[in-house]
Design a protein around this ligand. Structure first.
Ligand code: TRP
Length: 424
């Protein structure tokens, strides 16, 4: 990743480096080359890390099945940060992925105390935006998905209180609904494989969601009947909690294999074929056969006033529902990477990497790479003043906002289908 074009604020860079090292997240650069087409969110340094993304890159390249899922908590208006994740989902759907989006109304209700009515209103706003961006696939509200709730119950058989204490710092005062919303999120991440069959699944998230990813990978593993281990000279299929006849079926599927009390050793078979066959047997005997989910991690776009972008800080972002005047005011008031005086600016140039207006261009409103590079250069060389840049950016913002509003109106009927008309 080119550090020059990296929009990390200093803190974020340090946090991310630390998390990468501490939790074993890999830099995305190592697998991006396997993609037939590198998307702009990777090229521009927005998505920086991953777990097991190689499975997804290979599925895209080989046109084999994969899923993409993410979730949004409908506790407030949508902001530009959500928009970024939605674009990642839509891109993966266009690359052949089966798309899923969860509206985490159980989480919003449990953790933020959002009323069901508000959950519904915000959830619909999220879905409208998602469809306006071109999403095709399945979207659901957690509270209305019965198969999801059954899966969450199954997941809960593999998670205990000390896991929740260790991962989230939950204690005796934590409400059960908070624990249930965690379990529901794990079920969200596994849901595509229940719905459409086991396949690699990518979950685009911000780094703050990594604890959920780690928990889900752990649960997916625990829910498997078998583990398949490469021992060099042979492949060992070990039963964790498989019924005896399922282990016998593995033995039968590979003539020449040897069956022991709790494992079968297989020689002269490629690892991939053993994995696939074992998964099929597991499903035939009532198991899930889940793949551990993959994930990507993006950095956060800072708020327009500096600090965090959040639905609860109105000045930090703008929404499509706001008036043109309101949006203009926010863009013109945004914090830039400009110098104290015009003279200094001309001499030293601006600092695009710490400028919320440049980042707005980088994340959302300036798609053309050459124009973006030119904007950056004009800023760095002191050729462009912040006032002029804001004016140019505002034009792009308004075009973008108008287009999105039109498209949102045009997809209204799709949202209706997802939620129906009955009251919660
Ligand atoms: N917890 C996420 C948030 O706070 C929302 C969420 C719910 C989610 N289910 C998910 C994210 C599944 C990724 C995958 O924003």
């Amino acid at each position: 990743m080119q550090s020059g074009t990296n929009p990390w604020s200093n803190n974020q860079a340090e946090d991310i480096d630390r998390l990468f090292v501490e939790f074993g997240i890999e830099p995305i650069g190592g697998v991006a080359d396997r993609l037939p087409e590198v998307p702009s969110f990777i090229r521009r340094g927005i998505v920086v890390g991953h777990r097991d993304y190689r499975l997804i890159a290979d599925a895209i390249r080989n046109r084999t099945p994969f899923h993409v899922l993410t979730g949004f908590m409908p506790s407030g208006h949508l902001h530009l940060g959500h928009l970024m994740v939605m674009k990642e989902v839509v891109w993966h759907v266009r690359q052949g992925g089966n798309g899923y989006v969860a509206i985490a109304d159980r989480e919003a209700h449990a953790v933020r105390g959002t009323s069901w009515e508000k959950c519904r209103t915000f959830g619909r706003e999220y879905l409208k935006t998602l469809y306006a961006l071109g999403f095709e696939g399945t979207a659901y509200f957690q509270s209305r998905n019965d198969r999801l709730k059954d899966l969450a119950f199954e997941v809960s058989t593999k998670v205990n209180f000390s896991d929740l204490a260790a991962i989230y710092g939950f204690g005796p005062d934590t409400s059960l609904s908070h624990a249930m919303s965690v379990i529901t999120q794990v079920a969200d991440i596994l849901f595509p494989q229940l719905d459409a069959g086991p396949a690699p699944t990518v979950v685009p998230v911000g780094i703050d969601q990594d604890p959920h990813i780690r928990l889900t990978r752990d649960v997916a593993h625990k829910l498997r009947m078998f583990t398949v281990e490469d021992r060099g000279a042979y492949v060992s299929v070990r039963s964790k909690n498989a019924p005896a006849d399922a282990l016998a079926a593995v033995h039968r599927a590979f003539p020449g294999s040897r069956e022991y009390e709790a494992h079968v050793d297989i020689t002269a078979e490629p690892l991939g074929r053993v994995r696939d066959t074992v998964r099929e047997i597991e499903i035939a005997y009532g198991g899930f056969g889940f793949y551990s989910p993959s994930s990507t991690y993006h950095i956060f776009m800072p708020g327009l006033e500096g600090g965090k972008m959040s639905s609860s800080v109105p000045g930090s972002s703008f929404g499509f529902y706001e008036s043109d005047r309101e949006i203009k005011k926010k863009v013109m008031a945004a914090i830039t990477g400009g110098r104290a005086t015009l003279d200094e600016q001309r001499r030293l140039g601006g600092e695009p990497d710490r400028c919320s207006i440049f980042l707005l261009n980088l994340f959302h409103v300036l798609e053309d790479e050459i124009e973006l590079a030119d904007l950056r250069r004009r800023c760095l060389e002191g050729e462009l003043t912040c006032g002029q840049c804001k004016k140019e950016t505002l034009e792009r913002v308004m075009t973008f906002v108008r287009e999105m509003r039109e498209r949102m109106d045009a997809v209204e009927h799709l949202v209706e289908m997802e939620y129906g008309t009955d009251a919660q």
